[in-house]
Ligand binder design. Structure first.
Ligand SMILES: [Ca+2]
Ligand SMILES: [Ca+2]
Ligand SMILES: [Ca+2]
Ligand SMILES: [Zn+2]
Length: 344
């Protein structure tokens, strides 16, 4: 009884949400996805410390330094696996904690190779919050997590992205994920909570956020494609033709930051999370290798129809709207605000 009721409520909310979102995307009005400017008391307590336009370079030190439970103790670059650590700045429920941990585990199965730890003093993404480490070590990435009221159910879900990258490889050292507490039950009812967390974590790791800086976007903005070799090998191996298509529709935040929904469908790093399964495919795994991670060449089980057309320069693909959650309209993707240089 209860389950049916929740499911029904979920569906009607999605329908209402989709309606609003599609109306927004059809108009020329800019979408205000800004979370930091919202007036909720709780959200106000977490104001972003820096803007992307104030890019800074901090000094750090490469190599291992024992600090915390998951840091390896091997000399030189630590030899363990790639480790994702969360810094929870607000109280999470047990349910939320377990979803974050299993979301991290999905990425840790794909990014399998360690990256150098980094030692130094690295500030929080938020003003008035103590540094993430003070003369301490990050192995390999710390994501600050805030769950606080933003604007009630629907509309803004939150923001996510890298904050500081490593100068040596340009990969994320710290990032943030900020969610509206009032949207999480709804995501859970749709059974998409974990997929959303995994999706946002993908943006922190660099999917759609480090592409431009690493020269991985080719073609015109009307028909962009991913230039990384590994991702394209898997795109072709899955049955895709030509070049791996990046999203060209949906406005800023959706376009150029995701795989193309009309062609990659239920792949998790498209800008629209489908009802049902949303696997992290080996195409995404390959794209992480193109970014510089030591990622696996195996992804989660994913079916791309054989002969799916990719970007054949000169022919524009058209995006179609499907039933699900237009995640890219609900999130604000952040870009790095600084980098940490390490003297060898
Ligand atoms: Ca490690
Ligand atoms: Ca909201
Ligand atoms: Ca999708
Ligand atoms: Zn996204």
């Amino acid at each position: 009884m209860k389950k049916n009721f929740n499911f029904f409520r979920g569906l009607t909310t999605v329908a209402a949400l989709a309606c609003v979102l599609f109306m927004t995307s059809c108009s020329d009005e800019p979408v205000d996805n800004s979370v930091s400017s919202l007036k909720t008391e709780n959200a106000k307590a977490f104001t972003l410390a820096n803007a992307e336009t104030d890019f800074v370079t901090l000094e750090g030190k490469a190599g291992a330094f024992e600090n915390g439970t998951r840091t390896t103790t091997a000399p030189g670059d630590d030899r363990g696996r790639f480790n994702i650590t969360f810094r929870y700045l607000t109280q999470l429920t047990d349910r939320q904690l377990s979803v974050f941990e299993s979301a991290a585990a999905r990425w840790e199965r794909i990014i399998i190779k360690d990256v150098p730890s980094i030692t130094g003093t690295i500030p929080s993404a938020f003003g008035g919050v103590p540094p993430i480490v003070e003369n301490g070590t990050i192995d390999d990435i710390v994501i600050e997590v805030v769950i606080a009221p933003i604007d009630g159910p629907g509309q803004v879900l939150g923001q996510a992205g890298p904050r500081f990258t490593r100068t040596s490889d340009g990969l994320t050292v710290t990032g943030l994920m900020f969610f509206d507490v009032d949207d999480l039950d709804f995501l859970d009812e749709l059974d998409l909570f974990e997929d959303v967390i995994v999706h946002e974590m993908g943006h922190v790791l660099g999917v759609g956020t480090l592409w431009r800086g690493k020269g991985l976007i080719g073609g015109p903005d009307s028909n962009p494609y991913f230039t990384g070799k590994k991702a394209n090998v898997f795109w072709n191996a899955e049955g895709g033709e030509f070049e791996l298509p990046i999203e060209n529709a949906g406005g800023p935040g959706t376009a150029l930051g995701h795989w193309r929904e009309s062609l990659l469908r239920n792949e998790l790093m498209t800008g629209f999370i489908n009802l049902g399964e949303n696997p992290l495919s080996r195409i995404t795994a390959g794209s992480l290798r193109d970014l510089g991670y030591g990622s696996s060449s195996v992804g989660e089980s994913y079916d791309l129809p054989k002969g799916t057309p990719g970007v054949n320069i000169g022919e524009l693909a058209k995006s179609s709207e499907v039933n699900g959650l237009h995640i890219a309209k609900m999130e604000e993707i952040l870009l790095p605000i600084g980098t940490i240089r390490t003297a060898k």
